[in-house]
Write a new protein. Sequence first.
Length: 452
Amino acid sequence: MKYSGYAFIYTIGCQMNVYDSEKLASILNSCGFEKTGDMDKADVVVCNTCSIRHKAEEKAYSFLGRFAGIKKKKPHLITVMAGCVAQQDGEKAFERVPHLDIVLGTRAFSRFSRHIRSIQSGQPRIVDIEDSSMIYESPPDSVCFEENKVSSFVTIMQGCENFCTYCVVPYVRGKERSRKPENIVEEITFLAGSRIKEVTLLGQNVNSYGKKEGEISFPKLLKKINDIERIHRIRFATSHPKDLSLDLMHAIRDLKKVCNHLHLPVQSGADSVLKKMNRGYTRQQYLEKIIQLKNLCPDIALSTDIIVGFPSETIEDFKNTMDLIREVEFDSIFAFAYSNRSSAPAAKFSDQINEKEKLDRLNLLLQLQETCTEKKNKVQIGKVLEILVEGKSLKKHDGFEQFGKDMEQMTGRSESNKIVHFPSNRVNIGDMVRIRIENAYPHSLWGHPEFD
Ligand code: SAH
Ligand code: SF4
Ligand code: F3S
């Protein structure tokens, strides 16, 4: 295809936004813009934004703010705010970024190319935050591939109707909608034919997949994807603890390609906080599911999300969260200080915790998890893990020189999502190799291929 310019896309936020950015890139491609990693070359700049926490929102505005001067020198430059902040702020975005051309909400992708053409033909400012119950379906072969990519995200559902009281997602992503299984299977079959070995299925609550549409259940969808040739691994996120079914646990146990790893956000270990968060389960119910899961799938890797400093969280509540972390022994956690979002109900709750206290609690939690992660990583020493090779390691491991000049240090991930480095001059990106683990660090493992 002959291109008429370049497009630079900056993505903030969750994996779903990474997937959406690929879709935006393919739309821009069809409008004649080639994707570039060089911002200075760009004729279109898109910031795909996130409003989950205040900091993410500020990052978006500060990135887009930079283009005020650049646009004066380069008047044809088109600037776009896409994603969750765009959906949330709409017209208001121009107050902070007057030079913006397009504000593109989370459900406006199907109209993006039209908006680009309108701006090119001289129309000023466009805001499109209209609701659309349809999921944007691009042709499966329109993905813009990065070289050497072996793993890909695939959104299977959008929106959320759980209304956790701290969370903006239901307001910025709308009602829950699931893609048709045949569209998902078609997309993954195409990816499998394009060197992709691993897919991560995305949704805010994958356990509810297909329920509203009367489609097949999530475990049944997993079975269909498990049957796709040349896909080696299937991951998924996020599962909501209240809807984690026995069927899904069985699917993790029985389907060969489904990784033995579950991301199950608990958010808090205190019942009173869980209740105020509207999470729909108690500490005890969460722990019972974990026990059931560990019984069915021994060695399962577990990860979670935690929010500290939710309004009215007492020291006792926080201690309950710390105890839960000790009890479950997660492989990894994503922990956040509660961030007040004006569109979410918790913004109006009394007893907001001050910022310093929130950060103190966050640090204590992260320290505790670091020892836990290291301990979990050490257990891997002596085991042989199957690794999907992702590329060359950027940073060489201490003492790597001893392996000789002809050796590369390669990197990949285990089924449990742990990063593993190893020396080899015989493997290619996308290979599955067996690595004997010899050393464990807080953030990675180190070992040798079994064949060397
Ligand atoms: N649907 C997923 C998570 C979506 S958002 C789930 O239900 O778990 C990812 C994580 O961001 C959440 O799990 C939560 O831990 C965190 N988060 C959401 N809103 C937040 C807020 N207002 N302040 C701090 N962290 C928040
Ligand atoms: Fe937000 Fe709760 Fe929905 Fe997750 S389940 S996206 S935390 S409202
Ligand atoms: Fe952020 Fe929107 Fe994802 S708010 S976490 S980019 S759904």
